[in-house]
Every structure is written in structure tokens, then in C-alpha cells.
Write a protein of this length. Structure first.
Length: 343
């Protein structure tokens, strides 16, 4: 079974006892402190060589966002990180190669987003777990919200689209940076449990602190928008966490679902045009990983007062882009949202 609860929470309980007087790690930004490890845990950790002691710990992450966060921890504490999805891949549509599927069984830890985001990987992840792989589903562990609870206006709900392609729970948790900081600590705790190396917990705490510091920058940008202008229209239902955290309203979506794999009807698009006109929306936020044709058509139907702005939604950007890391992705998205709503 893919782990979503017990093992992770027991690991966090152990990590709460770790390293109160530790020195800073070798990473270049924030430093952290934690509490001392129990003698029993220290004894167990020293009984046998761990993957980290041999430099062989290997982590596989499904999405580029989780891959970047995991790599920050791994590069600090030791090991290798492999990301299944290439830059620009849409998580809803991605399918793994046979080689990638085989590699999951041999990894020390496989980190998935979960809650149906990687619909093309569902069987592969379940099969890997059944074959003995250590697979965790992060989104289920960070208090996920339901679709429709993150800043949605009642008039934007469309009949016949209540399943969102995922079920009731929204998998797009990375748009809440506080939850991604929690995810970093979950990953570190799990790696400490697997390897017995408390360095993963320390490095995860450092990564979480860096994410939380960047969240302050994102918050400053997004709360600078007047409340009456905090109205979002997006290509699909992906910004609920952001809306919930910063007091925005999701007035509508081009695809009335939580996945880009769905298709809107002509009635859906007509209703969205009416909503945009009624709300005075100035921007439709599309997705760099998907074509913008539908969003462009809606904007054209309304006229010249609505722009289409592409955000980094399901993937980081390339190494030379302004969204090469998770933190850069969120800062860039915040700036683009502010640009679109300020006109």
C-alpha cells in the first residue's frame, strides 16, 4: 500500500526529538534548530550501515515541484534525486516509461503528490508499492482542502462537474507554500526513518525555513492587490490553495474541473464569458504546460479588456527560466498574478 498516514506521522514524532543543539548545515541560506534525539533512536540508528552512510540513498519524485524540494534535502544530506516528469510536463497527462516504472522499485523512497494528480501514474505507483517500494503520497498528509472550498464563488460552480477528475480533495497543495514547507519536513522525517540519519531531518528543516521565508515575499506581493480586484479566472481548478491562503476569489475556470484532461462544453464557456463580464475580470490565468487556445478564445469573445497570462502551474520552468526552482516558481507566479490584476 502507498503510505499516507501512519509511517509518516510516527517518523515526525521521532523527528520532534532531534538535535536541539546542532550546528548549522552546509547549505547556504537559513539554519535551524531541533530537539535532542532519544537514546533509543540513536542506538538503533547506529546498529547497521544506512543508505546515506554509503552515499547510495536514492529518491524518486513524480513532479518537478516535489523533485526540487526533495533535491534540496538530498543535496544537503547526501544521495541522489530523480524526477520522473520532465520540465514542462503536465502532471495530469504524464505516463512513465517502463524504465522509470522499474526504477521505482529500487529506490529508497518514491515521493508522489497523490490525490489523483498523477492519474497516468496511479497503477505504476500502486504496483511499485505492492512490489515493496517505499511510496508516500504527500498531498494526503498536509491537511488537503476540498475542491470549491478555496475562494470559490458559488455562481462559478457548474452542474455535472463535481468530481473534478480527482474526487473531493484538491491535490494542488504546492500553491500553499506553508504546506510545501510541511511536505519538506515530512520527506526529511521519512528519510531519517529509512536511513537512521538525522541529517535528513536537519536539512529538511532548513529547506522548510527557506520556503517559509519565500512565502513572506509571495504574501507581500499578493496582498498588495486591492481586495475588490482579487478575482481569479484560471484554465482549470488549480489555484484553490492560493485563493484560500491570500483571500482571493476563484470566479471561474475555462475547464470546469480540477484536471486539464477534461473538456468544457459550449455552455460552460458561455457561462464563463458571462461571469467574466459580470465580475469585471481583467485576466485569465493559463498554464505554461498546456495550450492556451481555449483561454484565448474566451478572451477574444469578451474583447480587448481581458489578457491571457500563463502561470507555472503543474511544472517548474527550464533552468534559464524565472521559475527554475519551486521558490522561484511561486515568486514568479505571484508577480504575474499581480501584473494581471493590476491591469
Amino acid at each position: 500500500m502507498i503510505k499516507t498516514k501512519l509511517t509518516i506521522f510516527s517518523a515526525l514524532a521521532s523527528s520532534a526529538l532531534v538535535l536541539s543543539g546542532c550546528s548549522s548545515s552546509d547549505t547556504t541560506n537559513a539554519t535551524d534548530t531541533a530537539t535532542p534525539q532519544s537514546e533509543a533512536t540513536a542506538s538503533a540508528a547506529s546498529e547497521s550501515p544506512s543508505p546515506s552512510e554509503t552515499g547510495s540513498v536514492s529518491v524518486i519524485a513524480t513532479t518537478t515541484m516535489l523533485g526540487d524540494v526533495a533535491n534540496n534535502i538530498i543535496s544537503c544530506a547526501g544521495g541522489t534525486t530523480t524526477v520522473l516528469m520532465p520540465v514542462g510536463a503536465e502532471p495530469h497527462d504524464f505516463s512513465a516509461s517502463s524504465e522509470q516504472i522499474a526504477s521505482m522499485v529500487n529506490a529508497d523512497l518514491v515521493i508522489s503528490n497523490g490525490l489523483g494528480l498523477e492519474s497516468g501514474l496511479t497503477d505504476a505507483l500502486e504496483n511499485a508499492a505492492n512490489d515493496g517500494a517505499n511510496v508516500i503520497e504527500i498531498a494526503a498528509l498536509i491537511n488537503p482542502i476540498k475542491f470549491g472550498s478555496g475562494g470559490h464563488d458559488d455562481h462559478s460552480d457548474e452542474e455535472g462537474h463535481d468530481d473534478h477528475g480527482h474526487g473531493d480533495l484538491d491535490p494542488h497543495f504546492w500553491f500553499d507554500m506553508n504546506r510545501m514547507a510541511d511536505a519538506a519536513q515530512l520527506i526529511g522525517a521519512e528519510l531519517t526513518q529509512i536511513t537512521g540519519d538525522l541529517g535528513y531531518t536537519t536539512c529538511a528543516d532548513t529547506t522548510a525555513t527557506q520556503i517559509q521565508a519565500a512565502e513572506s515575499d509571495v504574501r507581500e506581493i499578493l496582498v498588495s492587490i486591492p481586495v475588490e480586484n482579487r478575482i481569479l479566472v484560471t484554465d482549470h481548478d488549480a489555484l484553490g490553495y492560493l485563493a484560500d491562503l491570500y483571500g482571493y476569489e476563484v470566479a471561474g475556470t475555462v475547464i470546469p474541473a480540477g484536471t486539464t484532461s477534461a473538456s468544457p462544453s459550449s455552455g460552460d464557456l458561455a457561462a464563463l464569458v458571462a461571469t467574466i463580464k459580470a465580475e469585471g475580470v481583467t485576466a485569465i490565468f493559463a498554464n505554461t504546460a498546456e495550450p492556451t487556445a481555449l483561454a484565448d478564445a474566451v478572451a477574444a469573445e469578451i474583447g480587448g479588456n481581458v489578457s491571457v497570462i500563463t502561470l507555472y502551474v503543474g511544472s517548474l520552468g527550464g533552468p534559464d527560466s524565472p521559475a527554475a526552482t519551486y521558490i522561484d516558481m511561486m515568486r514568479t507566479n505571484a508577480a504575474l498574478i499581480a501584473q494581471g490584476l493590476q491591469g
